[in-house]
Design a protein. Structure first.
Length: 262
């Protein structure tokens, strides 16, 4: 179909719905029991990279379970003050953007954890699941709506990307009232266990073409690649609904579609 891996990666950039120059929109989770539950889901170990530690509430729980925590904080004031809260602990605080952080310098097994602002969810998931030295586990506290979309049977670009590169599960729901200041929505923990991609970037290029207009019929979205007559033949051969929308197909379906359209 003429798609390249680089082309697929560029199109995946379309998941970045908004940039990182927004307000940080930070909300602090202080419930110690919930923080301990989230930290438990990491499994502990040698090293944890924490995204956006803020005031260090989750950091405190992570330091009990890991030999070292590297905390990457975008806010310069917070990154300067955080080490003062944990004297004598094996905590390295880095002032910077997690999207620019070089995970390649990490040797050995590690885990990623953090409370993630909604506007940067997709870029973070894409970054960590594309790493050459994948973390053993990723535990993220996300907006509940986003967490549900990742595991839902009705697929999205984000859910397909996550399921293609990780075993996906959800943890506890955290009510908005547990945060200071309270956000407008509840949150939920998502656990990702990264693995090698199930389908190739070429297949994912096809997926990205199919999702150009998510609410339209898939045959319509793919008509720039094959004629509608040819697509109808392929759909009938695969026993796909001719009225299917992009979100109706799962990874295995997209692989079958790719194979027949080559």
């Amino acid at each position: 179909m003429g798609a390249t891996a680089d082309g697929a990666k560029r199109l995946l950039g379309g998941m970045h719905m908004v940039g990182t120059n927004k307000s940080l929109g930070q909300h602090w989770l202080k419930n110690r029991q919930i923080l301990e539950e989230i930290a438990d889901l990491t499994g502990g170990g040698e090293l944890c990279v924490e995204i956006g530690p803020g005031l260090g509430f989750l950091t405190s729980s992570l330091l009990k379970r890991f030999n070292k925590v590297i905390a990457v904080e975008f806010d310069e004031r917070l990154s300067t003050n955080l080490p003062k809260s944990f004297p004598g602990k094996n905590l390295e605080v880095i002032h910077g953007d997690i999207l620019q952080y070089d995970f390649g310098k990490i040797n050995g097994s590690y885990v990623v954890a953090g409370n993630i602002p909604y506007y940067i969810t997709s870029p973070i998931i894409e970054k960590v699941l594309r790493l050459s030295n994948l973390p053993s586990r990723v535990v993220l506290l996300l907006q509940k709506e986003v967490a549900e979309r990742i595991i839902d049977e009705k697929e999205t670009m984000l859910s397909l990307f996550a399921k293609n590169r990780a075993k996906v599960a959800v943890g506890p729901v955290v009510p908005r009232e547990e945060f200071t200041p309270p956000p407008k929505v509840d949150s939920q923990v998502v656990i990702l266990e990264p693995h090698a991609p199930v389908v190739t970037d070429e297949v994912f290029y096809l997926i990205s073409q199919g999702f150009k207009a998510p609410r339209k019929k898939l045959i319509h979205n793919l008509s720039g690649i094959k004629s509608k007559e040819e697509l109808k033949r392929v759909f009938e051969l695969l026993k796909f609904d001719l009225n299917a929308r992009p979100g109706d197909l799962h990874l295995a379906d997209w692989q079958k579609l790719y194979n027949e359209m080559r």
